[in-house]
Design a protein. Structure first.
Length: 306
């Protein structure tokens, strides 16, 4: 009896991923893995990964991630490391995460879409949409002092857990269970994975009231006088934040913009660029940060500096 038919689809898909080594990097015991609730996943390079009924879902996600990106787990420098016994994965930068955090690690640590310079020592970074802690850990790795904000309670809990796995970085991170946008409260959707959650898409979803804070209030309450970077992945609320005059105090800004969530033709990429220029940013670039099927007018990343 097949364990889960749905699980077979990604298993079969990842069998055909090409590799530069000229061979298929795949699961050798595909059928066995699909059928059994516990056992060992045998990869074609000889690496074996044990799984149980409790962690099979997370382990399979890690395997899909590794095969898709050609990652061979090992102990060499620049290799990713897997510790199934303790339920962690370690990036080639040496940053640890729980296995259930794998979904965002490709963007943040393989492609380094948040990279903003080699030396961020003691520079202030404010990041909205901290998710499971990947962005604050990334910036703190390069030396920044990070003020991170995540409204979803489940992601916030995961972020605390992931940050605690990295004692050499956690002292440079202040994490708050807030949304960034207006001062007050907002209604936020509660989902299994909050990566795409937005206060502008609430229909049919469970919700929770969370504290929201403006960028100007963040600067005031934390006594920040010389902020370096504002990094926003706040799913539509960037159109509120961009009109905050305190934006002009930053040296750089990075916005993952999503106008499609607002269904408002006046809140567009052009609107963001116009306001960015009003704040004194004269160097601007627009780019895709992943392979999701969005036109750049609907979703992408805007980076700017003075």
């Amino acid at each position: 009896m097949i364990y889960k038919l749905g699980a077979m689809i990604p298993l079969l898909y990842y069998q055909i991923e090409p590799t530069v080594e000229g061979e298929k990097y795949k699961i050798k015991n595909l059928i066995e893995v699909a059928v059994r609730k516990e056992g060992v996943i045998k990869l074609s390079n000889g690496y074996e990964i044990p799984f149980t009924s409790e962690n099979k879902h997370d382990v399979l996600k890690v395997v899909f991630f590794a095969i898709k990106n050609g990652i061979r787990f090992g102990d060499k420098e620049y290799q990713w490391k897997l510790d199934v016994k303790n339920g962690t994965i370690q990036t080639h930068q040496g940053i640890k995460f729980k296995l259930n955090s794998i979904s965002i690690l490709e963007e943040t640590f393989l492609h380094e879409i948040h990279f903003t310079g080699f030396d961020l020592k003691d520079k202030i970074v404010i990041t909205g949409g901290a998710y499971i802690g990947d962005t604050p850990l990334f910036y703190s790795y390069y030396g920044a002092k990070v003020y991170a904000f995540e409204p979803d309670p489940n992601s916030y809990k995961k972020a605390i857990e992931n940050i605690s796995l990295n004692p050499n970085l956690k002292d440079r991170i202040i994490l708050m269970n807030y949304a960034i946008g207006i001062d007050g409260d907002v209604v936020f959707p509660i989902e299994t994975d909050s990566g795409g959650a937005s206060i502008f898409k609430l229909e049919g979803k469970k919700t929770i009231k969370v504290k929201s804070i403006s960028v100007s209030t963040i600067l005031k309450e934390f006594n920040i006088t010389d902020p370096f970077l504002l990094d926003l992945d706040i799913k539509g609320s960037e159109f509120t934040v961009i009109e905050d005059e305190s934006i002009s105090k930053f040296k750089r800004i990075r916005i993952e913009y999503s106008p499609y969530l607002l269904d408002d033709k006046n809140k567009s990429l052009e609107f963001l660029v116009k306001n960015i220029k009003k704040h004194g940013f004269n160097k601007i670039r627009i780019y895709k940060h992943n392979n999701l099927r969005f036109d750049l007018l609907n979703h992408g990343t805007l980076e700017a500096e003075k």
